[in-house]
Write a protein that binds this ligand. Structure first.
Ligand SMILES: [Zn+2]
Length: 273
């Protein structure tokens, strides 16, 4: 099921095996340079504009090696916040942009050892950074996060968080705690956020999501028990929505929307049969 735009089987993380090389330009506050169409700007590695910056390899897709640089804002370039750019970007660039941003975040946040505080250097054999002093190696951080579409017949349980754009409702999500399985996290998060119990969550697919270093694990679960009760902090509203009367939904590039669309088309198809 390739509805996420994030299942690029040809993507080679951490490898430069393409014929061509291109580079994204990002700023210290995670803005990304864009071209006149509003797409992520791609420069040649030897472009004079970024001569002072160190390119960091993200990986290869379709014969193009993608790199990223991060630094002070360059006055001659246009920058935009990452989230809206990534959400509307063509699917072919979703993975390279997301990967470059996460690798740059890792380098930025792991210049020093978390154990002894001395400077780290790139590991020779992999993507880690090693402390020569105490030998601790750290790797790009990936934080698993469950995102759950809860349904009850033809109804979807969707909620609003305070940070959402006006009127948008989405599926519920939360980080997996240490020692917890993803399925357990689904049961716990849904109960904590809306007071509802669910049946066994069924895995749908995953999506890398650089806000920050998240790996979204998508699940679908049927409602089992309980009425909606929200805490008013993390979630400011949650409702059951009929499939033919839905609110403003998340953008198409998101796994949340992918799961919602897949569920709706399945229900409509089953009604027509
Ligand atoms: Zn150390």
């Amino acid at each position: 099921m390739n509805w996420l735009g994030d299942h690029e089987a040809a993507w080679q993380p951490g490898l430069a095996i393409g014929k061509y090389s291109r580079m994204f330009v990002t700023s210290n506050d995670r803005m990304i340079a864009v071209d006149t169409n509003g797409d992520p700007l791609l420069l040649d590695l030897d472009d004079a504009v970024v001569a002072d910056y160190e390119p960091v390899l993200a990986g290869t897709l379709d014969d193009v090696n993608y790199y990223g640089v991060r630094g002070e804002i360059i006055g001659s370039l246009q920058y935009q916040p990452l989230r809206p750019i990534l959400i509307q970007t063509r699917s072919a660039q979703f993975v390279p942009v997301s990967a470059a941003m996460q690798v740059l975040d890792f380098l930025h946040e792991h210049q020093f050892c978390g154990q002894c505080g001395r400077p780290t250097t790139p590991s020779r054999s992999d993507r880690g950074r090693t402390c020569e002093s105490c030998q601790l190696t750290q790797y790009p951080r990936i934080s698993p996060c469950v995102i759950v579409l809860v349904t009850r017949g033809d109804e979807l349980l969707l909620a609003r968080a305070p940070r959402f754009v006006d009127g948008m409702y989405s599926t519920l999500a939360g980080f997996v705690e240490a020692g917890e399985s993803a399925e357990h996290a689904c049961h716990r998060e849904i109960f904590e956020e809306v007071g509802v119990e669910i049946s066994t969550p069924i895995y749908q697919g995953s999506q890398s999501w650089p806000f920050k270093h998240s790996l979204m694990l998508g699940y679908h679960a049927e409602w089992r028990l309980g009425d909606i009760k929200i805490d008013g902090n993390e979630i400011i509203d949650a409702q059951w929505f009929k499939i033919d009367n839905l609110p403003k939904l998340p953008p198409r590039a998101s796994i949340s929307r992918g799961m919602i669309d897949a569920f709706i088309s399945e229900r409509f198809n089953s009604q027509e049969r």
